[in-house]
Design a protein around this ligand. Sequence first.
Ligand SMILES: Cc1cc2nc3c(=O)[nH]c(=O)nc-3n(C[C@H](O)[C@H](O)[C@H](O)COP(=O)(O)O)c2cc1C
Ligand SMILES: [Fe+2]
Ligand SMILES: [Fe+2]
Length: 401
Amino acid sequence: MPVIEIQPSIYWIGVNDHTTDLFEGIWPITQEGVSYNSYLIDGEKKVLIDLAKSIKADQFFRQISEICEISQLDYIVLNHMEPDHTGTLGLLWKLAPQATILCTPQAQPMVESFYGITERVQPVDDGETINLGQLTLKFFHTPFVHWPETMMTYETSSRTLFSCDAFGSYGALSGTIFDDQLNDFDFYLKQALRYYVNIVAKFSSMVTRAIQKLADIPIKIIAPSHGLIWKNDPQKIVDLYQTWARLANGKGDRAVTLVYGSMYGNTEEMMDAVAQGVAQAGIPVEIFDLRRTHFSYILPALWLHQGVIIGAPTYETALFPLAVQLLDLCHRKAIKNKKVAYFGSFGWSGGGQRELEKWATELKWELTDTLVFRGAATLEDLKKGQQFGREFAKMLKEDLV
Ligand SMILES: Cc1cc2nc3c(=O)[nH]c(=O)nc-3n(C[C@H](O)[C@H](O)[C@H](O)COP(=O)(O)O)c2cc1C
Ligand SMILES: [Fe+2]
Ligand SMILES: [Fe+2]
């Protein structure tokens, strides 16, 4: 892809990845793709900021060569050690014999353990500046956004913030790299939320801290290492991040995420009745079929909405495994303080409800109601299901007034 000058002497030299199916080996991006945004400052000093995943090495090195000889590089800034931004470092290191790596002190031993590099590594302090002639880089340590060694880099004259994972999104760049030239802006907003909840949300308190740290610096452009560059309205993504980070307390909006699974359709039939009830009470409901929807797409709804309804049958004296897997992931991702209700079918002695109750305690979710039934739901059961949905929705309405 041709490189693009984003500010005088500062170039986006990123690459799109349309090959990887699972980001971090977990999160599907087959449909969406992802970009590894890397930046090159072509001034008195030549500085590379963040790299690309190793499978994109050829393309990445070609991008650099559009601007300068790789051997001319003076600095390589590593904001973050995750290999989607450093995978090409081993080779780059050999091709750029004059370059010094700039990273946090916490990243230095990781540069050695990931790439065997011990020389020409210069740790930078929080708030330290490096003069590049016309331009100046200032470093802000932002631990746990996303790993403990992470930092952001700020170029003072152009007011450009290279934020790495923060403010990024899934989604390959489709023709344009800026937020003001798109007709599918909503796609990137949605992917920014999915990325946030999948990757960053667990560290929301550190996100809030990082945003506070940056509060006094004037930002004209946010140049993250995935997805769109925020040039038209950088404050928009900062505001969204603040909102999303606040939701770590579990207090979401007045809406319901209804997640269900079913082996032979009994729980599924009840799901429709429950959803009707919720809708009748005037509360929005987002419905996900666990069998067909990757968790990655369900987590954002769970993050945003206060209410959760789980529909899952009993399976081998316990809960339908796909529901268990989702609940386990919620635990790992610290999705807590939700209001939850459970329904499900069983065949003989049940057990699904018992396991759900354990998970609710573990997650600190308030279990407000349960509805279990044997085999196929009768018409009477379905009416109860409708009522169960209505009651849950009403409770949400009253609780969040
Ligand atoms: C593999 C399998 C394991 C099951 N294990 C139990 C069980 O341990 N206890 C129970 O009460 N029912 C058990 N059942 C019965 C189901 O819970 C029952 O058929 C229920 O109606 C299934 O709901 P569904 O149609 O939504 O899948 C099991 C069913 C299957 C297929
Ligand atoms: Fe990361
Ligand atoms: Fe990343």
